[in-house]
Write a protein that binds this ligand. Structure first.
Ligand code: ADP
Length: 494
């Protein structure tokens, strides 16, 4: 594959080279009745590709293929599972230029960020290749001394994996890495906005030696109709989902019927707290990362920025200056730092949230409006004086908008930070060690960034508390989500 453009179209050749069908039982094939749907380039609004649109019957076929392959997946040795992941890691790096262009074309993020995501995505495979060969067990004497306990771990079984559009490849490897490492067969369903990266990833796993049916992929537009019967069939033993809290709740209910295990990475509403003793340059740099990574389209994005009253004016001035300097445009253009939002609905939502905040008394330090099309661009924006009642204080903005709100003391900062149903991540900037630790302990979130604007790391446990989710992905415990613990009791009378 080459990343050059074909003479006939403005579509990169890599888009044409990627399979666009369903991957079931080790073979690519069309959806029932040959149905397809369009994938758009968010920088232009143009059609990029047509991919297979699976029906409920296609979903069932994929699930049956995974169930048939489960014994073979479980029978692979830990080393064989690790070797598949390591080969896939190498292929991701070999093809990084093409894969980054593919991702930018369908999702919009600047090429440099797309490359960063491929590296991050591959890192999950490297991490879980290591975990595959370290699945542990135990041997224990019963308290009365009359028995021995053997403790072992086994794959949970067939898994359903559902991923969002904002990190089209990393959200896939974060689930497939531990599933494969644990010996689970899976069916994965990417978001309809960005299926191409996942199609390329699955082709890489095929090349890396996955057994037929060990991984299956369905793309579809009516996820509710296709997935619900799959979940309710009970053939899968686990669902791992990354997406909105709204859909997560629906899926949890569906999983209850056959008591599936679940991992849920849901919405966030991250507070970003800056104390007056913080290094302001570091805090501004951290806010740029926490806010602008992925154009703000991340569940970890700083959604509410609380700054101590004495420094908020200076912080706002410096942040607005940095935001105003950012180059906005198609992610494939040289030097672009901010790409388009994913679609018109996203652009409309961000515009409405900004309008609502302004109507409630906030003011614009920079930006504040969309940029005329084609494409779904919104100006990098800083708002000051955003009140608690503004909708963006309780809803995920998912766009390049930084709302600033002042606070007085530590107590107020904790109260503001915890005033949300979400609890994924929080960020705290201070140079007072004890205050940093007090804040980290008191803030209700699964992750805390202390004086840093990015927490995601495949070697660390990613996940939220409250309505941000259940379970952890990555880290040493990430593989446990795909393993069952079995205890074998052995009588040993003395
Ligand atoms: P977003 O708002 O970021 O698109 P969603 O939660 O709607 O987040 O979507 C995340 C993923 O869940 C996507 O792959 C989407 O197709 C899928 N999805 C949406 N609704 C359902 C549903 N009812 N059942 C199963 N999957 C769904």
């Amino acid at each position: 594959m080459s990343a050059t453009q074909t003479p006939q179209s403005t579509r990169p050749a890599v888009v044409d080279a990627v399979p666009k069908q369903l991957f079931v039982g080790g073979a690519w094939g069309p959806a029932a009745e040959g149905r397809t749907f369009e994938v758009l380039n968010p920088a232009t609004g143009e059609v990029l590709a047509e991919v297979a649109d699976a029906s409920p019957a296609d979903g069932r076929r994929a699930l049956d293929a995974a169930a048939a392959a489960q014994p073979a997946m479980a029978a692979l040795s830990p080393r064989q599972r690790a070797d598949i992941l390591t080969r896939a890691f190498d292929l991701l790096h070999e093809r990084i230029d093409d894969l980054a262009l593919l991702m930018t074309s369908e999702m919009g993020k600047p090429l440099a960020e797309a490359r960063g995501e491929i590296v991050y995505a591959a890192e999950f495979f490297r991490h879980f290749a290591g975990e595959a060969v370290r699945i542990d067990g135990g041997y224990q004497t019963s308290p009365a001394g009359d028995a021995r306990f053997l403790i072992t771990k086994q794959p949970v079984g067939v898994t359903l994996l559902i991923t969002p559009w904002n990190f089209p490849m990393a959200m896939g490897t974060r689930k497939l890495g531990p599933a494969i490492a644990a010996g689970c067969a899976s069916v994965i369903k990417p978001a309809p906005q960005t299926p191409l990266s996942m199609l390329a990833l699955i082709d890489i796993l095929r090349e890396a030696g996955m057994p037929d049916g060990g991984v299956n992929l369905i793309t579809c537009t009516d996820a509710a109709a296709v997935l619900e019967p799959m979940i309710r069939s009970g053939l899968a033993r686990k669902l791992s989902f990354t997406g909105s809290t709204k859909v997560g709740r629906i899926l949890l209910e569906q999983c209850a019927e056959k008591v599936l295990r679940t991992s849920m990475e849901l919405g966030g509403n991250a507070p970003f707290v800056v104390f007056d003793d913080a290094d302001l340059d570091e805090a501004v740099a951290g806010a740029m990362q926490a806010k602008m990574r992925n154009m703000g389209e991340a569940c970890t994005a700083a959604n509410r920025i609380y700054v101590q009253a004495g420094v908020i004016e200076e912080f706002g001035r410096r942040l607005a200056a940095k935001m105003a300097e950012l180059r906005v445009g198609p992610g494939t253009d040289d030097g672009v730092q901010v790409g388009p939002l994913i679609d018109q609905a996203a652009l409309t939502k961000v515009s409405e949230l900004v309008r609502d905040a302004l109507d409630r008394g906030a003011s614009v330090l920079t930006g504040g409006e969309p940029i005329d099309g084609p494409g779904y661009f919104f100006r990098p924006t800083v708002l000051s004086g955003v009140p608690r009642e503004a909708k963006m204080s309780s809803e995920e903005i998912f766009g390049p908008v930084a709302p600033l709100t002042p606070f007085g003391d530590e107590e107020e900062a904790v109260a503001l930070a915890n005033d949300t149903e979400f609890g994924l991540v929080s960020y705290v900037f201070t140079n007072d060690l004890r205050r940093a630790l007090r804040m980290a302990e008191r803030i209700e979130s699964g992750m805390v960034g202390l004086n840093q604007g990015i927490v995601s790391n495949p070697a660390a446990p990613f996940g939220g508390v409250k309505q941000s989710g259940l379970g952890r992905e990555g880290g040493a415990i990430g593989i446990d989500e795909f393993l069952e613990t079995k205890y074998i009791g052995i009588a040993m009378p003395s």
